[in-house]
Ligand binder design. Structure first.
Ligand code: NAP
Length: 264
């Protein structure tokens, strides 16, 4: 896709799942990729994706400001720049509203929302500095892609903190897009439906839960991480040069269905 080859991306939560597929796709598009994950297994993932001249891993808890700063510095040290940030790291956790503990609320918002904010702010400051210094000819000012969810729109009653964090990510996407528009830096989000990763294992491996899920998914199947990665690559690329502040849903038709037909 236009504008990705020879550029540099940071992908958070890239040791496995959707983040791994995004890192793989951006590598295939010709980018240098820094995998930033709290899980040291990200090192093995990086080695599996490509050679260390183009794919590296840095251990990073996105909810820790110092880790975020180190991940950015490591990327610039290794690859000289950052053109694309994919804020993919995210966790489920906690419970329904009446039982949700303060600790669980802090933990989920800390990774999903604060982590997205800290990474975005740090990388955006770097991108803005580069623009103010005159930029590089032929290189777009930068793009940020956040990982939201269909749960930004409809709430999961037993995952209050998660649903709230994803709705907040869509608003953070709009607010940061407005702040960065004057520099030509674009910010968008992807809102996946149900995607086959470890995060979904509890539902995908339970036949009754899976049947219920598919009854609410018009395309009648669970999505693949690569299908999300394709959308992330598009939004990160110059093909999406006039798109900013949007959350684009890839959900097999779940949101359009809007529960207007009977579900199991
Ligand atoms: P996953 O398989 O659980 O992978 C998430 C990765 O993020 C793991 O490697 C995890 O490490 C890492 N991570 C967790 N906390 C982190 C932190 N503080 N800093 C850095 N990395 C951290 O999840 P996934 O299904 O690929 O989901 C990726 C993103 O898509 C999430 O934001 C999720 O909310 C969103 N999403 C997923 C689905 C779905 O159906 N799968 C649907 C909608 C949205 P550990 O293994 O050590 O925790």
């Amino acid at each position: 896709m236009k504008g990705l080859k020879d550029r540099v991306a940071i992908v958070t939560g890239a040791a496995r799942g959707i983040g791994r597929a995004v890192a793989q796709r951006l590598f295939e598009e010709g980018m240098c990729v820094m995998l930033a994950d709290i899980d040291p297994k990200g090192e093995t993932t990086a080695l599996a994706i490509g050679p260390e001249e183009r794919v590296l891993f840095t251990e990073c808890d996105v909810s820790e400001k110092l880790d975020v700063r180190n991940a950015l510095a490591a990327t610039i040290d290794a690859f000289g720049d950052v053109n694309v940030l994919v804020n993919n790291a995210g966790i489920l956790g906690g419970s329904g509203f009446l039982d949700l503990s303060e600790a669980d609320l802090d933990r989920v918002l800390g990774v999903n929302l604060k982590g997205t904010f800290l990474m975005s702010q740090a990388v955006a400051k770097h991108m803005v500095e580069r623009v103010e210094a005159g930029g590089k000819p032929g290189v777009s000012p930068g793009a940020i892609v956040n990982m939201s969810s269909v749960n930004a729109v409809f709430a999961l009653p037993d995952q209050v903190a998660y649903s709230v964090s994803k709705a907040a990510i869509s608003q953070l996407t709009r607010a940061s897009a407005l702040a960065l528009a004057e520099y030509g830096i674009r910010v968008n989000a992807v809102g996946p439906g149900s995607i086959q990763t470890d995060m979904l294992a509890g539902v995908a491996n339970d036949p009754a839960a899976k049947r219920k899920l598919l009854s609410r998914t018009p395309m009648k199947r669970i999505g693949n991480p690569a299908e999300i990665a394709a959308l992330v690559a598009f939004l990160a690329s110059d093909e999406a040069s006039y798109i900013t502040g949007q959350t684009v849903y890839a959900d097999g038709g779940r949101l359009p269905l809007n529960y207007v037909v009977k579900t199991d």
